[in-house]
Design a protein around this ligand. Sequence first.
Ligand code: CA
Length: 333
Amino acid sequence: MCAGTRALLAFCLFGSSALVSAQVPLIIDTDTATDCDDAGALAVAHALQNRGECVIIAVVVNNKDPYSVGGVDAVNTWYGRGEIPLGAYKGTTVGKTGSYQAIAENTALYRHDVITNKQVPDAVTTYRTVLAAQPDGSVVISSIGWLNNLEDLLKSPADALSPLTGAQLVAAKVKSISIMGGRYPSGSEYNFSSFGSPASTKYVVENWPDTVPIMFQGYELGENVNTGRSLLKTPVENPVRKAYETIYNGINGRHSWDQCAILHAVRGIAGYWTAVSLGSNTINSDGSNAWVASPNKNQAYSLTLMPKPQIAAILADLMDDPPLPPTSHFRSK
Ligand SMILES: [Ca+2]
């Protein structure tokens, strides 16, 4: 981070309500299961918050593994933000047994306090609570896993948390959603597939309120955007480093699908990608997808613009970001 950015950050944090209001209120919907890029994505989001560009207002987990949310809490706590509202899918059918249990259970090293999903509300409750409290048209959602939570949110009825149904709540509060999933113009990809819930993928894409833009970030964007190696420079108390050391040998370099999606959610296509906005996405029953020229909907997908090594360098710089002083994970509770 350059000195100028530090000065801007201090101004954002302490000096100007106008700049603070420009920070993107961000909800992250993650599987945090079998890959290290979810941990990398959380690191990118925290680094962007360090720079005054976003505020992580909730993280919800869409995976059945009870320890996934413990991995999330360890990362949030490392960045001094162990208070971020969490939620988790409480069902037993969607997702996979993941690789974050060792991190979730190591509270001695990572100093966090949420180990399993029994300690957090269900994801829909968290979504509804957090969305209801936000200004209209303000929230950006970054979906970096399966879409079951979003299906459950859209189907949720009015309740004590909000007089709006889930679909009405999304239409009122959400500015846009960035979804890591699918291939473009067509193909099959993990997040949309039967590894998760293809029926949820289809429901969300077909029933998302048409006033709220969807930007799809396909498999091809993060593929071969190689990050992870530089995490070896960070302390052993950093759970993101641990995720990369233990999952997919990511510490020797790993694709950056979820980090690209977070970067897009906060900064938009910027100079990184271009957008194909004419047309819409169709989802087949197996979760495979195809972009069609008609009908035209409030949807787009991204194409790589900046060379991938340059995007990787930007992401690696963000992933290496230390917790903001004077905050540290030792005083986050
Ligand atoms: Ca993911």
